[in-house]
Design a protein around this ligand. Sequence first.
Ligand code: FMN
Length: 131
Amino acid sequence: MTELHEILYGSLLSPAQPPNIVGQIVSQARNRNEARGITGLLVFDGMRFCQHFEGRHHDVLALMTTLERDPRHMDVRILHRGPIERRRYTRFDLGLTQGEDGDDLAELLALDGQAAIDRFLALRPGFDVNG
Ligand SMILES: Cc1cc2nc3c(=O)[nH]c(=O)nc-3n(C[C@H](O)[C@H](O)[C@H](O)COP(=O)(O)O)c2cc1C
């Protein structure tokens, strides 16, 4: 049986990125993730990213290695990683959060481990998800 894993990490948008950078990242990621069976959610608040993704162990680790080298973001910090029994997502999406809730990701990125996962999942229904 294939072992499923999940990773939750946070990062910061690098300086001087073009305004459409998040759209570019997501359209590329959506195709690649679908091909590899990676599902999850990337959330962006205008400054910070937080991404929760899941898939086969090998694919999850390979994606994380690629992500850590991507110069479009920085200060990449893994908040939680580990095996899961079943997927929490059916596909890969982008979620946006901003305005009054602008501190959501800042607070989340200060957490670790299960507390970080629990907070992300609690915030998930409030993220404005683009199909
Ligand atoms: C915040 C952020 C999230 C990303 N999420 C994904 C993702 O979920 N899947 C993916 O394939 N690439 C994602 N990427 C892009 C990868 O870092 C990488 O550019 C892409 O996978 C192409 O890798 P390659 O140049 O080794 O082919 C993301 C990049 C950033 C900055």
